[in-house]
Design a protein around this ligand. Structure first.
Ligand code: IPM
Ligand code: MG
Length: 375
């Protein structure tokens, strides 16, 4: 029998913009799930991003990193906003996010994209194409251009110059590739590795290593795809993908594109994971893939589903509570199938607030009904 968590220490980092609004709804839904399944959440809420810059002068203090290490899991809202986006500012909110990913060794970012039937019509891509999409992007998260040194701007005789460095080491590629193959084994058995091996040395190393590792997974099929072609195939035939594994920057770009297949960026969760501990459980940081959406912040317009589904991923992956995770996912499907919509997915129909959507999902968790559809 696998161990099940009954008390979980959570670090909550709501961040900026709509972050605090969607975090409040995730808490509401977690409380409902905790009441039903006997889980107590001991929540420590702290600042990250612009909010932390305003309070402490830095986007994330070392105290918060220590708190993250002591927590069973971390939930994060979003960071950034126009107030802190001056390109000459010495500190930026995004540095807080990059710091926590790196400090905790969260090298694999899982971004599942599944198109719920109820939302197929909300996508700008034809519903015959998006219906049935069920893929996961495994984005490498602690290497590549985001962290390579040198990274700076300077002047020389001919004007201004800037450099960023795209560097990958063997172990960084191997560990994320293995995680992708392990995941594919539990899914449809297919890995698509995305790179730019026709141009970049780092991509040629990526391709070699992924090919070598594939030999340990005879039950998984491996394809390689160039990133430019991948952007096209994602929109032409999204059902052709199962697990996509790719480097940091390509994964950042591809997942914003892939979110369109699900109907809205607002419904997509993610998990950032490091290595598993002795009993197989992975500590992780869970966050929606959307940003802080400053244009709608403070108006209760944001869709909290991406944050709520991130909490479900946390229950399953870091806390071993498949029961509560599934209950939340079923509640989200049922609420959407019943026509409950925030502005991003409403079409011409009635629009609910962030709070009303959270309340509807929490109520559906508390009073279960069978799943409306398989997906
Ligand atoms: C994401 C975001 C971040 C990233 C930014 C905010 C630094 O776009 O999580 O996808 O690029 O990783
Ligand atoms: Mg991004």
């Amino acid at each position: 029998m696998t161990a099940t968590t009954t008390t979980a220490r959570l670090l909550l980092l709501p961040g900026d913009g709509i972050g605090p609004e969607v975090m409040a709804e995730a808490r509401r839904v977690l409380t409902a799930a905790g009441d039903r399944f006997g889980i107590t959440f001991d929540c420590d809420e702290r600042l990250i991003g612009g909010a932390a810059i305003d309070a402490y002068g830095v986007p994330l203090r070392d105290e918060e990193i220590d708190a993250a290490r002591n927590a069973d899991a971390i939930l994060l809202g979003a960071v950034g906003g126009p107030k802190w986006s001056d390109p000459n500012a010495p500190v930026r909110p995004e540095q807080g996010l990059l710091k926590i990913r790196k400090a905790l060794g969260l090298y694999a970012n899982l971004r599942p994209v599944a198109t719920l039937d109820a939302l197929a019509a909300a996508s700008p891509v034809k519903k015959e194409i998006v219906r049935g999409t069920d893929l996961v992007v495994v984005r490498e998260l602690t290497g590549g251009l985001y962290f390579g040194r040198p990274s700076r701007q300077w002047h020389d005789r001919r004007g201004r110059v800037a450099i960023d460095t795209l560097i990958y080491r063997e172990h960084e590629i191997a560990r994320v590739a293995r995680l992708a193959f392990d995941l594919a084994k539990q899914r449809k058995g297919k890995v698509t590795s995305v790179d730019k091996a026709n141009v970049l040395s780092s991509s040629r190393l990526w391709r070699q290593l992924v090919t070598e590792i594939a030999a340990d997974y005879p039950e998984v099929t491996l394809d390689h795809m160039l990133v430019d072609a991948a952007t096209m195939h994602l929109i032409r035939n999204p059902r052709g993908f199962d697990v996509i594994v790719t480097e940091n920057m390509f994964g950042d770009i591809l997942t914003d594109e892939a979110s369109v297949l699900a109907g809205s960026l607002g419904v997509l969760p993610s998990a950032s994971l490091g290595d598993a501990d002795a009993d197989g459980r992975r500590r992780g940081l869970y966050e929606p893939i959307h940003g802080s959406a400053p244009d709608i912040a403070g108006q209760s317009k944001a869709n909290p589903i991406g944050m709520i589904l991130s909490a479900a991923m946390m229950l399953r992956t870091s806390l071993g509570r498949d029961d509560a995770a599934t209950a939340i996912e079923v509640a989200v499907s049922n609420v959407l199938a019943a026509g409950t919509r925030t502005g991003d997915i409403a079409g011409d129909g009635p629009v609910l607030s962030t709070t009303q959507m959270g309340e509807a999902i929490a109520a559906a968790v508390a009073t279960p009904r069978p799943a409306a559809t398989a997906r």
